[in-house]
Design a protein around this ligand. Structure first.
Ligand SMILES: Cc1ncc(COP(=O)(O)O)c(C=O)c1O
Length: 449
């Protein structure tokens, strides 16, 4: 069977209407080179989506991959149930020096699970402290934390998750600090409003809430909402004031995406629990972590009979290949001074985004680090469908592939989220293609009115 047919016949793709998939020209990636993905026919696609926001160094062999291959040959996996392994201990020792304020690392396999771990940790912490009333959570509107049960509860989006509602737990919602070009409020007033509303929620519900959960620095899946300065720091202070733990989800925003290695430090916030994933292993291996403080950890100490221990673990918790890769990745960040390169590329991106402002269908450009979101709208309304071409995000993705670039917009929001170590040449290409596609859409829309 042709590999394309095998894919259509047997593989069920995530978030995909498979009836449509089966009628598409499915691209099957067989290898990678530099920042490019290469398909069965030898076509090259610039990975403009960083393979779902996680790729750092591109797809060629490098030190991180070399280290993981060596670990695979040494010992690929041994359990953390009743034994330890060297890479998980070494990575934890190194990472707590980077993620200042965190002292303990709990390992899991993907971002959603790291969030699930954080939720269980928060609930159990309060019980171990003798408070069984704190059973609920507060999260931000437009937040996204993954697709497992707890994570869906935190980032509930009716369109996606309605069918799974019987599984979910009730979560209180605080407003998200979205600043738009058309907003009549100044950024400072908007932050004050958000903080005021959040404080009333905390006043009312803090006695029943174990933790406040939000993405750190920006919400990406919710539409690229970048927090105004001081917002996260103020939320952090409120959580302390109302005795609610702060869980930060840095899965998509940490490791330099917003220009800082550790975003919660740059935001001046003091979380109790922080989740990392995606770029943790340079996007090469399914590993995630839930980092926490000695204050939380110590509440789990006692005799076995007290039942205070944390009941969570997976077959692959602390997998040796993933941890060895994460350690090599951290070392490569330091050795190459990647954060400085990201900052330089971010300045370049800022300059190029000015060019997009000249296109009349581009509204509300948001940018920080190597992340940008641009809303496409016409006559004040989001562009959802393009006449004779179909749904806008699908159209943009297909057009980009024709131009040799892989991207995935979020609805009518174009997202610029390249591999973190992308070179200037490839970044230019990515932006050139995005620009020409938006221009084409603008021409198409204006001519159909
Ligand atoms: C902020 C955030 N949290 C959690 C997740 C879930 O991570 P994973 O897809 O690895 O389960 C994502 C995924 O995009 C995310 O963006």
């Amino acid at each position: 069977m042709r590999i394309h047919d095998a894919d259509k016949e047997f593989v069920w793709h995530p978030y995909t209407q498979m009836r449509d998939w089966n009628s598409t020209d499915n691209k099957v990636i067989v290898r990678g080179k530099g920042f490019y993905l290469i398909d069965t026919e030898g076509n090259k696609y610039l990975d403009g989506n960083a393979s779902m926001w996680c790729n750092v160094w591109g797809h060629s062999t490098n030190k991180v991959i070399g280290t993981m291959v060596r670990q695979l040959r040494t010992i690929p996996h041994s359990t953390l149930f009743g034994l330890s392994n060297a890479p998980s201990a070494k990575f934890a020792e190194k990472f707590v020096k980077v993620a200042k304020g965190m002292q303990k690392i709990f390992y899991s396999d993907n971002g959603s699970t790291a969030v699930e771990v954080a939720m269980k940790m928060a609930l159990h912490y309060w019980i171990n402290k003798g408070n069984s009333e704190k059973k609920r959570f507060i999260s931000l509107e437009h937040g996204y934390h993954g697709d497992t049960v707890g994570a869906m509860s935190l980032g509930y989006i009716a369109k996606y998750f309605r069918a799974y509602k019987p599984l979910l737990t009730r979560v209180y919602k605080a407003p998200s600090p979205y600043v738009s070009d058309t907003s009549s409020k100044a950024e400072k007033d908007l932050v004050e409003d958000c903080i005021e509303q959040t404080e009333s929620i905390l006043k009312k519900y803090s006695s029943e809430c174990s933790a406040f959960v939000m993405e750190s620095g920006a919400q990406i899946a919710g539409g690229v909402i970048i927090y105004p300065s001081d917002y996260q720091m103020k939320i952090s202070k409120l959580c302390k004031k109302y005795d609610v733990l702060l869980i930060l989800d840095e899965i998509a925003t940490g490791f330099g995406r917003l220009g800082n290695m550790v975003e919660y430090l740059a935001q001046g916030s003091r979380p109790d629990i922080v989740c990392f994933g995606k770029a943790l292993t340079a996007g090469y291996f399914p590993l995630a972590i839930t980092a926490t403080t000695n204050k939380i950890f110590d509440a789990f100490l006692g005799c076995y009979s007290e039942n205070k221990q944390f009941y969570h673990g997976h077959t692959f918790t602390g997998n040796a290949i993933g941890c060895a890769g994460a350690l090599a990745n951290l070392e490569l960040y330091e050795k190459t001074n990647l954060i400085t390169k990201i900052k330089r590329n971010s300045e370049y991106l800022a300059k190029r985004l000015k060019q997009f402002k000249d296109l009349s269908i581009v509204k509300n450009i948001r940018h920080k680090g190597l992340l940008a979101g641009l809303d496409l709208s016409w006559k004040g309304k989001p562009i959802k469908i393009i006449k004779d071409k179909g749904i806008i995000n699908y159209y943009i993705a297909q057009e980009s592939l024709k131009e040799g670039v892989f991207i995935r917009p979020l609805g009518n929001t174009m997202v610029i989220i390249p591999p973190l170590a992308i070179n200037r040449y490839e970044l230019e290409k990515l932006l050139d293609v995005q620009f020409s596609i938006v221009k084409k859409i603008q021409g198409n829309i204006s001519s159909s009115f």
